[in-house]
Design a protein around this ligand. Structure first.
Ligand SMILES: NC(=O)C1=CN([C@@H]2O[C@H](COP(=O)(O)OP(=O)(O)OC[C@H]3O[C@@H](n4cnc5c(N)ncnc54)[C@H](O)[C@@H]3O)[C@@H](O)[C@H]2O)C=CC1
Ligand SMILES: CC(=O)C(=O)O
Ligand SMILES: [Mg+2]
Length: 370
């Protein structure tokens, strides 16, 4: 199979979907790899390294998409890439369809096969291709939130951990999954008072067992969120229903209960965001204020730390990519229930129900596609 690796073009997206070592592995399995010139540079991997590994470097991105049977990316295709997707082509990347009807329509129209990293799912419900990036984004969320609590950056002017004799900040984490637990660890490590909220009681019991003394768990309900808002300095949005649009847990009206200069970090923005007032931002211009509350809503947080993120991501994606290349997508998806969960759209049909539900579009049972 011919596999294409484009350079990422989202703002400050410095990750790359395949390492030179991954090229070697694919070559050993009999495949050909096309890498766009400079694709690995932002993560510290030169074109020379890819050539040594056996890749062909292409400068012409249109040709790369045209010739590739499978495209491996990091972020969802953005508008200039829509016309490059084509029937019969497999695209293996993050898609986050529920956050973009335009992208959903573009992939339907292209008739390409979209296998989404974020919905590949193990039998225990875990999301192996999302986890490492959620670990990065969760840890970053507390770091970024602490930064934007500083007065010159728009925040209340509060040190997250306080000092002896002065209370630390109160941090609320909505969703105690991978992002949530990693955010809580860093915020608690910096000395903040942290409250993790989730709707899963088994998850809250687990977190109560493993987290440090300055982390409380509270069941996530509208009433409980409201009761904490007046004293909260920072909220991290970390909820997820796989593939679906995130629920709005803090509405615009609720912002008036919050303190001026409090900070919202909406990590769930890639699934549409869990604050009603969230809209996607970039690393160039990460924040804005609504009713005095700072909003940080960067959709590709891990892109800012590519040396960590590219390694974390490619560790987990490569085995699935090899499987897809060796067997072809249909056989690979038929034989691997985890990968099958990643199939969102193929041949113009949505086969992942939460994506169809997000826009009231038609859903086809997956069997019809296989
Ligand atoms: N902005 C960015 O750059 C990045 C965003 N993300 C996103 O972060 C989000 C969270 O991802 P993960 O932590 O990996 O998901 P996860 O599945 O590990 O955790 C989600 C948690 O939310 C909980 N939850 C669901 N509904 C809830 C509600 N109403 N109230 C409270 N909790 C609720 C679930 O029980 C679960 O524990 C996803 O949308 C993911 O795509 C991940 C990485 C990077
Ligand atoms: C998961 C995701 O949105 C990211 O890594 O950018
Ligand atoms: Mg994202």
């Amino acid at each position: 199979m011919i596999i294409g690796v484009p350079k990422e073009i989202k703002t400050h997206e410095n990750r790359v979907s395949l390492l030179p070592g991954g090229v070697t592995r694919l070559k050993r399995n009999g495949h050909q790899v096309l890498v766009e010139k400079g694709a690995g540079e932002g993560s510290g991997f030169s074109d020379e390294k890819y050539v040594e590994a056996g890749a062909t470097i292409l400068e012409d991105i249109e040709k790369l998409w045209e010739q590739s049977e499978m495209i491996m990316k990091v972020k969802e295709p953005i508008e200039v890439e829509y016309s490059r997707m084509k029937e019969g082509q497999v695209i293996f990347t993050y898609f986050h369809f529920a956050a973009s009807e335009a992208l959903t329509e573009a992939v339907i129209e292209s008739k390409a096969t979209a296998i989404a990293y974020e919905t590949v799912e193990k039998q225990d419900g875990s999301l192996p291709l999302l986890i490492p990036m959620s670990e990065v984004a969760g840890r970053m969320a507390s770091q970024e939130g602490a930064k934007y609590l500083e007065k010159p950056l728009g925040g209340r002017g509060l040190l997250l951990g306080g000092i002896p004799g002065v209370k630390p900040a109160n941090v609320m984490v909505l969703g105690g999954g991978i992002v949530g637990v990693n955010a809580a660890k860093i915020a608690a490590g910096m000395g903040a008072n942290v409250t993790i909220m989730d709707i899963s009681m088994p998850r809250l019991r687990y977190l109560d067992d493993v987290m440090s003394k300055n982390v409380d768990t509270v069941f996530s309900s509208e009433a409980n969120i409201r009761s904490l808002l007046p004293d909260v300095d920072m909220i991290i949005g970390a909820v997820l229903k796989p593939g679906a649009k995130a629920p709005h847990l803090v509405t615009k009206e609720m912002l008036s209960d919050m303190q001026d200069g409090a900070v919202l970090v909406d990590v769930a923005i890639d699934q549409g965001g869990c604050f009603e007032t969230s809209k996607p931002t970039t690393h160039d211009n990460p924040i804005y204020k609504v009713d005095g509350v700072v909003h940080y809503c960067v959709t590709n947080m891990p892109g800012a730390v590519p040396y960590t993120s590219t390694l974390g991501l490619t560790n987990v994606t490569l085995p699935y990519a090899i499987d897809l290349a060796n067997k072809g997508w249909k056989k690979a998806v038929k034989e691997d229930a985890e990968l099958q969960k990643g199939l969102n759209i193929t041949g113009g049909e949505i086969v992942y129900e939460p994506v169809a539900d997000a826009f009231g579009l038609e859903y086809s049972a997956i069997d019809s596609a296989l």
